[in-house]
Design a protein around this ligand. Structure first.
Ligand code: HEC
Length: 99
């Protein structure tokens, strides 16, 4: 989990943000880039289920179910555990804009 945070801060810094900004929760797009290898660029596939363009709250609800171990085969459950609630909301919001 620590490794993921360090990676985000590193990405934020290399994107030219100031150190102060890098300490805030990363923007949704930056967080979502973690999902693209399996769900396609911007969540649009190909790969596992497309996760773009859903209504606000839908992805968040799914990710909370994954975190709670109520959904999936374990891959997403483990992945979802790496994010805070605010980060899950940022992911949800950004992915919903990707029509
Ligand atoms: C290592 C590959 C991998 C990565 C990375 C990954 N996912 Fe997934 N995702 C899966 C798999 C596999 C499933 C199918 C459900 C399961 O088996 O857990 C899935 C399912 C989902 C679903 C449910 C889709 C549906 O229609 O039921 C959502 C939502 C989701 N992922 C969101 C994300 C988000 C958001 C990220 C990035 C933060 C992400 N995933 C990163 C592999 C991945």
């Amino acid at each position: 989990m620590q490794g993921i945070r360090v990676l985000f801060i590193g990405l934020a810094l290399s994107a030219g943000l100031s150190g102060a900004q890098a300490q805030l929760a990363p923007a949704g797009r930056l967080l979502a880039s973690n999902c693209f290898q399996c769900h396609g660029t911007n969540g649009k596939g190909p790969g596992f289920d497309a996760i773009n363009g859903k209504s606000v709250g839908e992805i968040y609800t799914k990710l909370k179910e994954f975190q709670a171990g109520k959904e999936g085969n374990g891959i997403m459950a483990k992945h979802a555990l790496g994010y805070t609630d605010a980060e899950l909301q940022a992911l949800d919001k950004w992915l919903s804009t990707q029509r």
